[in-house]
Design a protein around this ligand. Structure first.
Ligand code: SF4
Length: 322
């Protein structure tokens, strides 16, 4: 990993309109509400939070599946928010996605070899067919799928094997950034670690940068270098993996961590119980959005939005306690 910034997100917002009743005020789900973070080349940035916090929307905003309302998504210095639909094609290759459910993202009517050949046919139409086939075979081998399986269909594989195929497909165009959205959430725990280890090996071999989106902090701990914690469309803490897991500062991060089972009694964390349900992103609480559930909320928390502030060189927290 080096200090070159691959992705630099600045104050990005995405609000989805709710269906409008006649004469009623127009309302929005504030899915992403002004977030800023960067990802260095070669690192894994884990984006974590409860379901509906805006982490998947963030991934889709970065790779252009949905458009930002405002803010900047800089990829190697180019603000993709200003790139026309036509010019987007050149950014599809360096940015690829891995999804939670590989079965839904792999065409059931295509053989594995064709699933991987398809992007090559689109982007490298003049490449000789035997060269394409060699690339496909080699990459599948690296992902743990032998040549013997090339003519099989997705339904003939297990969930873990299908995710290996999904990962191979995401790599066939030799991208720089992989946005992995809950890539192991649908798999058994034993298979999860195999896939995470595969992703780490591939990262090293191909010099990949990962945005790793997950609701599961223990998975994020396994693979990330730095972590961003999201709550109701906002980033509440960004820090290195060590800082997040050994010295979390934000009460929400502390609560998320205390819910992870800790087998080592010496490392047992203080239990922080969150009260109430996660509020609606269409009507978030005033001030600090977390104040309705925060065990240490103060009067100021209901009124003033806490800014993300730097506590030390790597740790940033949005909380009035600091
Ligand atoms: Fe809790 Fe207040 Fe900090 Fe929000 S700003 S996390 S409510 S202490």
């Amino acid at each position: 990993m080096n200090d070159e910034i691959l992705i630099d997100i600045k104050n990005v917002k995405k609000y989805f309109p709710l269906s409008k009743k006649w004469f009623a005020e127009k309302r929005y789900v504030k899915a992403v509400d002004g977030i800023s973070f960067f990802i260095k080349k070669g690192e894994t940035f884990g984006l974590v939070g409860e379901s509906g916090c805006g982490k998947s929307t963030t991934g889709r905003l970065i790779n252009g599946l949905i458009k930002v309302d405002s803010g900047e998504v800089n990829f190697k210095g180019t603000n993709l928010a200003n790139v026309s639909e036509k010019s987007w094609k050149q950014y599809r290759k360096p940015m690829q996605m891995v999804f939670q459910d590989p079965y839904a993202s792999l065409s059931p009517r295509m053989k594995v070899k064709d699933i991987l050949l398809e992007p090559l046919l689109i982007h490298y139409p003049k490449m000789p067919r035997n060269e394409k086939k060699m690339l496909v075979t080699e990459l599948l081998e690296k992902c743990g799928i032998s040549e013997f399986h090339l003519d099989k269909y997705p339904h003939e594989f297990s969930g873990g094997q299908r995710q290996r195929i999904g990962i191979a497909r995401s790599l066939i165009l030799r991208p720089e950034l992989i946005i992995a959205d809950e890539p192991v959430s649908a798999l058994d725990v034993s298979i999860q670690s195999q896939i995470l280890n595969l992703m780490k090996d591939l990262q090293e071999e191909f010099g990949l940068t990962y945005l790793f989106i997950s609701h599961d902090l223990s998975v994020v701990e396994h693979i990330s270098d730095r972590v961003g914690v999201m709550y109701l469309g906002s980033l509440v803490e960004i820090a290195t993996k060590q800082q997040i897991f050994e010295d979390p500062k934000h009460p929400y991060t502390q609560a998320l961590l205390s819910s992870i089972p800790q087998p080592d009694p010496k490392k047992k964390r203080e239990s922080v119980i969150l009260s109430g349900e996660i509020p609606s992103a269409s009507n978030p609480p005033s001030g600090c959005k977390f104040h309705t559930r925060c065990p240490v909320a103060m009067d100021i928390c209901k009124e003033k939005v806490p800014e993300l502030q730097q506590l030390d060189i790597e740790q940033n927290v949005a909380c009035h306690l600091y």
